[in-house]
Design a protein. Structure first.
Lengths: 326, 292, 347
């Protein structure tokens, strides 16, 4: 790692820590950072209830979801070889949402903890359908993405239809899908941690091969890698991460799109470095989005997904101005 | 003597020691050790019951708009702290108020029931999309939870008497309908909506009696003309609503209510959001003055 | 099979064939229009009522009044929206030479919708003084420019799929921000969902007047440049060597596209996929000549919207459903088939 990279890395880590502390400090009741740190160390301070029961789990979940989404976006962009790709284009998000809405309609009194599982099933089913339709296209990633987009459009149409025809029944489901960290607590953490614990090391082992893949299919094949296998494998990891994230927080937009870009512009193209840094950037994005969602117009809480959309807009303008050669 | 005093003391202690209050709610059995003093409510329909019993909630999920609570109810209670929107109330603010009890809506807040229970015992009742009859049952439960069952039942009996009196006075066989309108559309309230329920309670007819599946029906001008209510009340959200463009359409004049000049605009917060005995009685009063 | 009717060899047959197609299209349009006026109403409207309206209008008859004051404006709005979107889609496919181009896929209608939603929030009060058409035009313009540059259209070698990805990204962005604006602005956010999907319910004669200038002028520009569009299809260099400027043609047609999309979105909302389906359908029927394609797309676009409107009324009769549900459902399936076909064709 060059000296620049080391500095950037520390700056990024500091930013993450800073936003995390700010997230814990800010809210309806302002808790000064010193008190925050004191509460984290021992559990018998006056702010213990709010921090441990609301802010800390929210911060962890926001961070973990950010990690999952950022990493998922990185892998998808590597597979599709287009920087405008995000997990959404593979139909994961809309498939998961459709699944949750179907659960709410067909089984209105299902226990609430079934919702995340429905989202997971939905995300994976969407991928299965995509692979079924387009497995022959894996060597043409852009074409593959196109089919994914079309599939996403179909799921979106089905969602819109169900929304119009059954408005009241799906209220809980809609709340879940908005893309928000509101109401998430410690019980939701186990929904995402196992995925990250298993998949991040696997992604790291793939890092070298992903670097080779980005050199081009021919180069990669001639260097002895099975391109198609690698694509399928990294796509499966991306889908799992994205599904897990959606199952916990609904669809938070643009994190999977922007985080890899930011990481690339800071750290270059080596995946071994990109994987942890994209994860950190993703975490920063979602934590800061949730933070501002809570403190902008109190007592009203905006969904974090709305804030990320507003971060996405200036980012796109920036992309336009830079007019990068892709 | 000592025996007498100790027996007296014992009986005094026994009667003043509050028994655990238990109420059947949507999540099973709600129980609370002592009579709650500080209450947070997460839907407008619960405020009515508390105001009737002279209790001021410390926090209300009022969507950040103080005027959402109608004047006649907000006059009866002390100023409250807003805890955010009804769909996503701010859990931290609720916690910081340190309430003894929280009253929540089954449909909106089932997902955060566990979180709410950590803060305070939570009574979960039906609110959104409820009927008039459901609402009265919920009000009694609220009364039970604050250990004033007798008082709320008395008030309920009084309410029934008043509504019967209104029904006798109004005594019309024309059709009445309430709808809400905003810039993007108009929703008719069917007989199973709260407003529709109040209208039927007063012995009045609805122009759409066959609609018993849904509470709120999205309508076009054509549907409105077909329903053809003889008394049309519209609650407008916002200054500019779709009614402005309806009024420019010649078919607007074809609706009975417009022709007979019985059309009126009213407060949607009263008719749709602040469901309760106080609201119902004001609604009946409005209907009565409309007839005259 | 019809392609064998080469104009030079069989001129009279060719003409006859084209005329038949147009006659068929007009017949379908007339019937769809009649059907959408009369069908699926809680009032039993009949052919005799339509006849009376045309020849013997009696303002006191309720059925006739409904036809004139509600059904007719609604069907006219649907017609104009269908014309505008179909034509805009055709032009977009012509300019970008990308068969997947359409107002909804490329996010241009989403941009127009966002501009409209943003002006309704009241965050910038002076916006409400500007006519809605200009606001939606501005939104469509910004979105179009964004997709243009992000998709690399300003470069000679444009990867057709890349621009679709850019369009999807912009579309997603605009829709997310529109949803956010809606959450902020509306007391009853659910109501705006209908408009976001695309709805002709509760449209009036004034809406027809709103849509008419933009649609007519956009269509006029398109027809005026239809011959040049044929040249453009062959290739930029060919066109330039023949003395026309490819860039100026593209510019004018972009103006037409924005006019058409903006006028449709300002009344009906961002309706999806009409601009994708109709051009393909018409191309399969009548070939690549834009002088014929544009009118045919106009006819079939209107017919499709009118049929979709009637279908939208059946779904939850007597409740109205947004017309966008029908177009999006059919369109998304069509998009998938198109995507699968296109990727198989390319090497």
């Amino acid at each position: 790692m060059s000296k620049n990279n080391v500095l950037c890395f520390f700056a990024l880590a500091l930013t993450l820590a800073g936003f995390s502390i700010w997230h814990l400090a800010a809210g309806a009741v302002y808790i000064p950072p010193s008190a925050v740190i004191a509460t984290l160390q021992s559990s018998n301070t006056e702010h213990h209830f709010i921090i441990n029961n609301f802010r800390l789990p929210r911060m962890y979940i926001a961070g973990l979801v950010g990690v999952a989404l950022g990493l998922s976006g990185l892998l998808v962009q590597g597979v599709v070889r287009n920087p405008l790709a995000s997990p959404d284009i593979l139909g994961v998000t809309s498939g998961a949402s459709l699944s949750v809405i179907l659960l709410a309609i067909l089984w209105p009194h299902a226990p609430l903890h079934y919702i995340p599982w429905a989202a997971l099933v939905g995300g994976f089913s969407a991928t299965a359908i995509l692979l079924l339709l387009a497995r022959k296209l894996l060597h043409r990633p852009a074409a593959f993405a196109l089919v994914g987009i079309a599939l996403s459009a179909i799921f979106g149409a089905a969602i819109d239809y169900l929304l119009i025809v059954n408005p009241l029944e799906i209220n809980t489901a809609m709340l879940w899908l908005t893309g928000s960290v509101w109401g998430r607590n410690w019980q939701h953490v186990p929904l995402i941690v196992p995925w990250l614990v298993v998949l991040i090391p696997i992604a790291l082992t793939l890092a070298y091969r992903l670097d080779i893949l980005s050199l081009g299919d021919n180069t990669a094949t001639s260097l002895g890698n099975s391109v198609t296998q690698l694509r399928i494998f990294s796509m499966l990891i991306a889908i799992s991460l994205a599904s897990a994230a959606v199952s916990v927080c609904g669809s938070i937009s643009f994190v999977g799109l922007i985080a890899p870009h930011i990481a690339r512009s800071l750290f270059g193209a080596r995946h071994l470095l990109l994987i942890p840094t994209t994860a950190m950037v993703g975490a920063v994005l979602v934590i800061s989005a949730d933070l501002f969602a809570r403190i902008l117009i109190p007592p009203i809480e905006l969904p974090a997904g709305v804030l990320t959309a507003f971060i996405g807009a200036p980012y796109f303008i920036y992309l336009l101005c830079r007019d990068q050669q892709w | 003597m000592i025996k007498f005093i100790s027996a007296l003391l014992f009986s005094v202690i026994a009667t003043t020691a509050s028994a655990t209050i238990e109420v059947q709610d949507e999540m099973g059995t709600f129980s609370i050790e002592q009579t709650p003093q500080k209450i947070v409510v997460l839907e407008y329909s619960f405020i009515d019951a508390l105001a009737t019993l002279g209790i001021s909630p410390v926090g209300i999920a009022d969507d950040g708009k103080v005027h959402s609570v109608i004047k006649q109810i907000s006059e009866k209670i002390k100023p409250w702290v807003s805890v955010g929107t009804r769909s996503t109330p701010n859990l931290e603010i609720i916690a910081s108020l340190q309430p003894d009890m929280i009253i929540a809506d089954f449909e909106r807040h089932a997902t955060i029931y566990e979180d709410l229970k950590k803060i305070a015992p939570t009574l979960v009742l039906k609110s959104r999309g409820e009927t008039y009859a459901d609402n009265l049952i919920s009000m009694v439960k609220v009364g039970q939870a604050v250990n004033q069952e007798q008082k709320i039942k008395q008030r309920l009996a009084q309410h029934n008497q008043r509504m019967d009196a209104f029904a006798k006075e109004i005594n019309s066989d024309k059709t009445f309908m309430f709808s809400v309108a905003n810039a993007k559309g108009i929703w008719m309230h069917s007989p199973v909506a709260y407003a529709g329920g109040v209208i039927s309670r007063l012995g009045l007819k609805s122009p759409i009696p066959e609609e018993t599946q849904k509470a709120y029906i999205s309508a076009t001008l054509e549907r409105l003309v077909k329903a053809n209510p003889e008394y049309l009340l519209i609650g407008k959200y916002g200054e500019q609503t779709i009614i402005d463009s309806f009024q420019k359409n010649p078919l607007w004049q074809a609706i009975s209510s417009i022709k007979e000049e019985t059309y009126s605009e009213t407060n949607p917060f009263l008719w749709s959001k602040n469901r309760g005995m106080i609201a119902a009685e004001i609604m009946a009063l409005e209907l009565k003055s409309l007839i005259k | 099979m019809f392609k064998r009717f080469i104009p030079d060899l069989y001129p009279s047959l060719y003409l006859q064939h084209k005329l038949t197609l147009f006659a068929l299209a007009i017949a379908i349009l007339c019937y769809s229009f009649y059907f959408s006026i009369v069908a699926f109403s809680q009032f039993s409207l009949q052919a005799s009522d339509v006849y009376q309206v045309l020849f013997n209008y009696n303002a006191n008859d309720l059925n006739q009044k409904i036809i004139v004051s509600l059904r007719l404006p609604r069907s006219l709005v649907a017609t104009l929206a269908g014309i505008a979107m179909a034509c805009a889609g055709l032009l977009m496919q012509g300019i970008t030479r990308n068969s997947l181009a359409s107002p909804s896929v490329f996010g241009v209608s989403a941009g127009a919708a966002f501009a409209f939603a943003f002006s309704s929030t009241g965050l910038l009060p002076w916006l409400s003084a500007i006519p809605v058409l200009f606001i939606t035009m501005f939104g469509a313009l910004i979105a179009g420019v964004a997709v243009f540059f992000l998709g690399g259209l300003h470069r000679p070698q444009a990867n057709p799929i890349r621009i679709v990805l850019a369009g999807v990204a912009i579309n997603y962005l605009c829709i997310s921000m529109t949803r956010a604006a809606v959450i902020y602005a509306d007391e009853n956010a659910y109501g705006v969902l209908h408009w976001l999907i695309g709805s002709v319910s509760n449209t009036q004669l004034s809406d027809v007047y709103t849509m008419l200038p933009g649609t007519v002028s956009g269509l006029a520009i398109a027809l005026f440049f239809s011959h040049k569009l044929n040249l453009l299809h062959i290739g930029d260099s060919v066109m330039n060597s023949l003395g026309s400027s490819a860039t100026s043609v593209r510019l004018w047609l972009s103006i037409a596209i924005i006019l058409l999309i903006a006028s449709a979105v300002s009344v009906v909302g961002p309706i999806g996929f009409i601009g994708l389906i109709i051009p393909h359908l018409c191309r399969a029927l009548i070939g690549q000549d834009y002088r014929l394609l544009i009118p045919l797309c106009v006819l079939y676009g209107a017919s499709l919207m009118l049929c979709a409107d009637s279908l939208a009324r059946i779904i939850r009769f007597p409740d109205d459903s947004p017309i966008g549900i029908v177009t999006t459902s059919i369109g998304a399936l069509f998009f998938l088939l198109l995507a699968l076909k296109q990727v198989r064709r390319e090497p």
